[in-house]
Design a protein. Structure first.
Length: 405
């Protein structure tokens, strides 16, 4: 449980840029209003070297990196090395270029869906050189990539400004993310020549504190990253051990659908959808577009009992989402880009949505008694981000992750 809280807090601390909230306090004369574009301009055509540390509840590990470009998933290229201060420390080796992110993962690292295990552990993600779409990891990479979060900050006033030996110190507050009641601050130290020299991000969730800080050096040396061709992890062939049986069906003006289920090996069920217009599901692992996946385990923590049995890959006219939720779940809501949120029906432990491609939900909230948790697709980490135009093109084919609210 302690490891899970630490991992949750890390993701909170490192995906803080996406959770930026507006501040109503008047910071007085604001350096950022007049000069932050000049700070952003200093990165153009330069390589950014960072050298600092990641600290979790007093345990620290070194983080180093180099990057260039201005757009993650576009012209950005870079790498991060170091370790994450677990006990024992977990190596971190992350390289990215355009839409590709390659990380070196080890089998003995903590096995949990939260960052940093997403980058470093084996388990279900594979061992060795593993590739992940930038759209999924942009929120993790961004705090180490100043051009992106500075662009976000250029429209937000700092909560506090001061000077320290001729260096401007700008402090920003961030709204809580979905990963608990986090209190997160960002501090920038900017020299008179508009050069950003130091970044510090601090997040507190419950009894866990995470701090990321690093010095910045700009150079004219090009950032060179060699991304190997990555062999996808071997998929174990599993399939149904009996006939598919219809368990649910429905129809809307956009789509008519049937959901079918078949038994498989112990604790595994196979799912298939038949629809008009057709739906192509993401990562089918059995014949006929079926996907066989482990059933929710009542012994797991509630948040880990949300299982996304079927999702769409975005290549067909129709789209579907089938989520299995813990027994006793009493309320659910689906969120859509643009900010719309609508109730979802829970039937026999399932939430099913079907509709037109690109109209699909990208966020799910589930309530069970006094416990609530949220699940987002790709880089989406909170309901507030449903209105984030930078995420609006992230639609289908990306993994979902869940955490407590």
């Amino acid at each position: 449980m302690l490891l899970r809280r630490a991992n949750t807090a890390i993701l909170t601390g490192l995906v803080i840029v996406g959770a930026l909230g507006s501040c109503s306090s008047d910071p007085g004369p604001s350096f950022v209003d007049s000069d932050l574009p000049d700070v952003i301009a200093t990165f153009e055509g330069r390589s950014v070297q960072i050298d600092g540390s990641l600290t979790i509840d007093g345990s620290s590990a070194n983080i180093e990196g180099q990057s260039s470009g201005s757009t993650l998933g576009g012209d950005a290229v870079g790498f991060l090395t170091g370790s994450v201060p677990f006990d024992p420390p977990v190596p971190l080796d992350l390289r990215f270029e355009a839409s590709r992110v390659v990380s070196a993962r080890t089998a003995d690292a903590p096995s949990t869906p939260q960052f940093p295990a997403l980058l470093v552990h084996g388990g279900g993600f594979g061992v060795g050189e593993v590739e992940t779409p930038m759209a999924f990891l942009a929120g993790v990479v961004e705090p180490f990539f100043p051009p992106v979060f500075l662009e976000r900050l250029s429209t937000t006033n700092p909560t506090e400004t001061s000077t320290d030996g001729g260096v401007a110190v700008l402090t920003y507050d961030y709204a809580p993310s979905q990963f608990g009641d986090a209190t997160t601050t960002l501090e920038l130290r900017v020299r008179d020549d508009a050069t950003l020299e130091h970044v510090e991000m601090r997040s507190e969730t419950g009894d866990t504190t995470v701090t990321l800080e690093y010095d910045i050096v700009l150079t004219d040396d090009p950032t060179e990253v060699s991304l190997p061709e990555v062999t996808p992890p071997t998929v174990i062939e599993i399939g149904p051990s009996g006939d598919f049986v219809e368990v649910q069906q429905g129809s809307t003006p956009d789509i008519t659908w049937r959901l079918l289920q078949a038994p498989s090996r112990a604790a595994i069920s196979c799912w298939r959808v038949e629809a008009s217009p057709a739906v192509v599901v993401d990562e089918p692992n059995s014949g006929g577009g079926a996907r066989c996946i482990a059933n929710p385990d009542p012994a797991d923590e509630l948040v880990d009992q949300v299982v996304f049995a079927l999702t769409s890959d975005g290549s067909s006219d129709g789209a579907v989402l089938v989520a299995l939720v813990p027994e006793g779940a009493s309320d659910a809501k689906l969120g859509f880009f643009g900010g719309d949120v609508e109730p979802a029906t829970i039937e026999d432990g399932r939430i099913v949505w079907a509709g037109a491609n690109l109209d699909n939900p990208v966020y799910l909230e589930v309530t069970l008694g006094e416990t609530a948790f949220g699940c987002g697709m790709g880089a989406l980490s909170s309901r507030s981000e449903l209105r984030d135009s930078q995420l609006a093109d992230v639609r289908l084919g990306l993994p979902w992750t869940c955490a407590g609210l």
